[in-house]
Design a binder for this molecule. Structure first.
Ligand code: UDP
Length: 336
């Protein structure tokens, strides 16, 4: 889309996936406004070329003013809480920060007449699948409040799109990993729980070992299998979804975002060892509650719908970029 018809609002644009989406939008020539309350994101993650508004998506006055002042024509909504075990012990936080905040944002969008909305959803909406790869029409049976809070937002969007002149894409992310290849952003939040982030923290000495959570799964090597997608490919999918929404104003889609293939925990750690040429210490541990054996995406819907094609479907590259970013963070820690 050579002529960008309006600026887009990115909520959570100072966070991990949101900041990569901002980079992809800027690279494609889109004017961007970021709204982030900096509860988990970082001001430095927002490039200078972007208008930054500090605040919460549930603040309807602030959002309404921001939409009007900038003439926003689409919202990419990343802001939210994302830690699954925390959602189990504090479910109301998830229904507030994810479901209720999204409801307020969607209402502000409808009131301002914003016609397009892209929502950061998750494969956690499926729960434990009966079969893999998972298709979008398979049952949604989330097994934690995080997944439920995201699914409820999908339902709101579906109903709002039927009632108002707004179309939407909800992208159900599988396992997002890696960092901007040019080193402009990466995963920076403390207290990481995701495998590739944990592994690169072990490489830089931030951790002594990596725990392997369960070795008796029904998978070829007994460890959990997941569909790891490079964060920059995921970011590009949002730009493609935005352009699709503009070209197809009467249509909306809920689409899986994954590569459609899986790697086990051991395969991921083998890849990290190969990339660094040094073995990281693995500790075999018990299963983590609620982890399915296998989770991979059927990505045929997104490939049929969007011109988007993965450019970085390479586990070594994902690990290299994650590691490059982790070294940068380690340097920054050393300086401060
Ligand atoms: N995992 C692991 N050790 C860790 C973190 C994760 O063995 O320190 C495993 C986890 O059990 C799952 C896979 O790695 O099989 C991916 O987990 P992650 O937390 O990265 O993402 P999830 O699939 O839970 O969203």
């Amino acid at each position: 889309m050579p002529d960008k018809p309006f600026p887009v609002l990115v909520t959570g644009g100072a966070g991990y996936i949101g900041s990569h989406a901002v980079l992809a939008l800027l690279d494609a020539g889109w004017p961007v406004v970021v709204l982030d309350d900096l509860s988990t994101g970082f001001r430095w993650a927002v490039p200078d070329a972007v208008t930054f508004v500090e605040g919460n998506v549930a603040d309807m006055d602030l959002v309404g003013r921001t939409l009007a002042d900038h003439g926003i024509g689409a919202i990419l909504h990343f802001a939210g809480s994302i830690v699954v075990p925390e959602s189990v012990v504090d479910p109301l936080k998830y229904y507030r920060n994810n479901t209720a905040a999204s409801r307020a944002l969607i209402e502000a969008a409808v009131t301002a007449g914003v016609p397009h909305f892209i929502f950061s959803s998750t494969a956690a909406t499926y729960g434990i699948p009966d079969e893999v790869p998972i298709r979008e029409d398979m049952p949604n049976r989330p097994i934690n409040p995080y997944g439920t809070s995201k699914l409820m937002t999908e339902h709101m969007l579906r109903d709002v799109a039927a009632a108002h002149p707004l179309n939407f894409c909800a992208l159900r992310y599988f396992n997002v990993a890696g960092a901007d290849p040019e080193g402009r952003s990466g995963q920076s939040t403390a207290g990481a729980t995701h495998l590739i982030k944990i592994a690169v923290e072990a490489v830089t000495g931030k951790r002594a070992h990596v725990g392997v959570f369960g070795t008796d799964y029904d998978t070829p090597d007994g460890t959990g299998v997941r569909d790891y997608i490079h964060v920059s490919d995921l970011a590009d999918a949002h730009v493609a979804a935005l352009e699709w929404l503009i070209e197809n104003p009467a249509e909306s889609r809920i689409m899986n975002c994954g590569y459609g293939r899986g790697y086990s925990v051991m395969e991921v750690l083998d890849t990290v060892d190969r990339v660094t040429n040094t073995p990281i210490v693995r500790k075999l541990e018990a299963r983590r509650a609620g982890d399915p054996d296998l989770l991979t995406a059927d990505n045929s819907l997104i490939l049929e719908t969007l011109p988007w094609r993965p450019k970085r479907d390479d586990l070594s590259l994902i690990v290299q970029h994650a590691l490059q970013w982790e070294h940068k963070l380690a340097e920054r820690r050393g300086e401060s």
